[in-house]
Design a protein around this ligand. Structure first.
Ligand SMILES: NC(=O)c1ccc[n+]([C@@H]2O[C@H](COP(=O)([O-])OP(=O)(O)OC[C@H]3O[C@@H](n4cnc5c(N)ncnc54)[C@H](O)[C@@H]3O)[C@@H](O)[C@H]2O)c1
Length: 397
């Protein structure tokens, strides 16, 4: 039986407590209950040996990889408490964050009592609920910590989470792409079916294209520049900028528009250049602001060469990678928004955060992600980044 746990009101997700799937009922019956309430995933607090001992059916589907729901395993010994409290608290926080994004989760150990109760209490603590209310809520859902060790662990976790609440999580690093500007009316590359507003990408974004037809390349970027100047930052850009109140924010962006800056972000690394700047066609380090929306044939840069857009083309070196790499490696929280993670080396930044760093993705059509503890907010940037800001600042204010 799935037992629903009462979560704080502002949590759109659902958490059920349960005994081990297939232990007291046929596996198919358990899965039927999950289907009935549209469960998204299972969090399992039992190791593989104990599962094999207590539910051969569950063990079989896990081993065959045929469980229809994703199973996240976090083994704790029977009647025991986890050894590494930091990892345990991080896992409980991760589940709380998933619940805040609307995920529906089943949590289980073997009998669904002690370990499940302990973990559920810490999830509620991580959701901002006081200890006493968390214990009452978990008891009402039919579980509770069984042993002195489990009760001690809960008290330690409560202290850690309280300390965390007041601590400012210093470094928040964003990696953004075309999707964050989509709601400002600037089309993503993908949305254009491989064509960028009717142009073949290699004709307008490569040194070869420039060699073939400077007119065509300039015309293309003149259109993009005019489009960018007419656009305004959306709620997603604004949410990134507002987070500077609470975090040391860096934004590594593949975008060539200036919407992050216009929203108020102060540390923006443009990996692929900036459309509102011009560049010498002889010296890539000679970069300067443009007077207006258009670059014309004959416009001269200070070294006398034809002005070209300050945009990184295929085969050219990506910019600001040193700063972006450092920001990703040192991040306390790392967020990806609006990129298909298809263009390297920029996409590789998502592989750099330290293990255990909370990772978030905001994208209505999530791309394939590198390994890690990702919380996926499958929404457009405007609402998704607002939701993320609420999650991140809940622990501070
Ligand atoms: N605004 C710009 O400066 C701009 C626009 C188009 C392309 N580009 C360039 O094209 C290349 C494409 O790579 P990319 O990964 O940035 O873009 P991409 O087009 O490959 O992927 C866009 C991603 O954004 C997501 N998306 C769509 N709408 C969204 C929304 N409202 N909110 C959040 N996410 C949304 C898509 O699902 C997709 O995963 C980059 O090199 C970039 O420089 C830049």
């Amino acid at each position: 039986m799935l037992r629903l746990l009462q979560l704080p009101d502002n949590f759109p997700g659902k958490l059920w407590l349960s005994s081990m799937p297939g232990r007291f009922e046929p596996m198919e019956e358990f899965l039927g209950w999950c289907r009935g309430v549209s469960v998204d995933e299972i969090v399992c607090l039992v190791g593989s040996e104990e599962i094999a001992e207590k539910s051969s059916e569950y063990a079989a589907v896990l081993e065959a990889g045929s469980c229809p729901l994703p199973v996240e395993q976090f083994p704790i010994p029977d009647y025991g408490a986890p050894k590494d409290i930091e990892v345990f608290v991080a896992m409980a926080r991760h589940v709380a964050e998933q619940l805040q994004t609307g995920r529906k989760i089943v949590l289980h150990c073997a009998a669904g009592h002690g370990r499940t109760g302990m973990f559920a209490v810490v999830v509620l603590l991580a959701s901002g609920m006081p200890l006493k209310s968390a214990l009452v809520a978990v008891q009402a859902a039919g579980s509770e910590p069984d042993t002195a060790d489990q009760n001690t662990l809960i008290k330690k976790a409560a202290i850690r989470l309280a300390a965390h609440k007041t601590a400012k999580r210093n470094k928040l690093a964003f990696l953004t792409g075309a999707g964050i500007s989509a709601e400002s009316g600037i089309r993503t590359f993908r949305a254009s079916d491989g064509l960028w507003n009717g142009y073949r990408i290699q004709d307008v974004a490569s040194p070869m294209g420039w060699g073939k037809s400077r007119e065509k390349v300039l015309e293309f970027y003149n259109q993009r520049r005019t489009e960018v100047l007419a656009a305004s930052p959306n709620a997603g850009h604004l949410a990134c900028a507002e987070l500077e109140k609470d975090f040391e924010v860096t934004v590594s962006t593949q975008n060539i528009d200036d919407l992050h800056e216009r929203a108020g972000s102060t540390r923006v690394f443009h990996l692929h250049g900036e459309i509102l700047k011009g560049q010498s066609s002889r010296n890539p380090n000679l970069v300067f602001p443009l007077d207006g929306p258009l670059i014309r044939i004959g416009d001269k840069s200070p070294d006398g060469s034809q002005v070209r857009p300050h945009v990184v083309w295929f085969e050219e070196s990506v910019l600001r990678m040193k700063e972006a790499t450092k920001a990703a490696q040192e991040a306390d929280v790392f967020v990806v928004c609006g990129t298909s993670l298809a263009v390297f080396p920029a996409a590789g930044l998502a592989q750099l955060p330290r293990p255990g760093t909370p990772l978030y993705l905001i994208d209505p059509s999530p791309p394939t992600l590198p390994d890690g503890n990702w919380t996926v907010i499958a929404e457009p940037a405007s609402s998704g980044l607002r939701r993320l800001a609420n999650i991140l600042t809940r622990n501070i204010h």
